[in-house]
Design a protein around this ligand. Structure first.
Ligand SMILES: CC(=O)SCCNC(=O)CCNC(=O)[C@H](O)C(C)(C)COP(=O)(O)OP(=O)(O)OC[C@H]1O[C@@H](n2cnc3c(N)ncnc32)[C@H](O)[C@@H]1OP(=O)(O)O
Length: 172
């Protein structure tokens, strides 16, 4: 595991990147089963993650990969859905953004929000020509942020190992 560059200027604290996006799901968002389409939620997740990545990097950032997305509960028409994003980890030019999506049920507004999805995305800061740019380090502020940093490193190691294994397999 590499050390996170917590002392390196000019980093930004995790909280600087935090973005929340909220919307009420409507009839145009549904799938054949009458619940909200996974693709609608994926776009919502990509939008909020892109905003967090752009805020952290201070410029344009593109989605390089959606590492993982889990839909844990269905979302219904009328639910008020919130997506919370923050930059968990930074590398040389890439950032991992974590997203938590919750729903306030339209028919039980007093009840606790339900977690409906969790996702991890990789964004890369780019220049005007689309080439990767060095990204400033994110500085974890709490034990929770430190845990997210370490877990992001685990995901990155697995992703790189998987890519290497597939390349080796294809090379015979
Ligand atoms: C918000 C939106 O909707 S954007 C639209 C959808 N996204 C796009 O169109 C992006 C299209 N892709 C691209 O432009 C390019 O592939 C880029 C900019 C993402 C990467 O460019 P590359 O020339 O491959 O860059 P390079 O190989 O130097 O890698 C740059 C960084 O990206 C990371 N990276 C590249 N590909 C991947 C991948 N598939 N998964 C995870 N990380 C990746 C690398 O690990 C590296 O990270 P590091 O610098 O922190 O170590």
């Amino acid at each position: 595991m590499t050390e996170h560059p917590s002392a390196a200027p000019p980093g930004k604290p995790t909280s600087y990147s935090r973005v929340t996006l909220s919307r009420i799901m409507t009839a145009v968002d549904v799938n054949l089963y009458g619940t909200v389409h996974g693709g609608v939620l994926m776009k919502f997740v990509d939008d909020v993650a892109g905003a967090a990545a752009a805020r952290h990097s201070g410029g344009p950032a593109v989605t390089a990969a959606i590492d993982e997305i889990v839909f844990s509960e269905p979302v219904r028409v009328g639910d008020l859905v919130h997506a919370y994003a923050q930059v968990n980890w930074t590398g040389q030019t890439s950032m991992e953004v974590g997203v938590r999506v919750t729903a306030e049920r339209w028919d039980s507004a007093d009840a606790e929000s339900v977690r409906v999805a969790t996702a991890y995305l990789v964004f890369v800061g780019i220049d005007l020509g689309g080439a990767p740019l060095p990204v400033r380090p994110v500085l974890p502020e709490s034990a929770e942020d430190e845990r997210r940093w370490r877990e992001a490193e685990i995901r990155r190691e697995h992703r790189l190992a998987k890519r290497r294994a597939i390349q080796a397999h294809r090379a015979g």
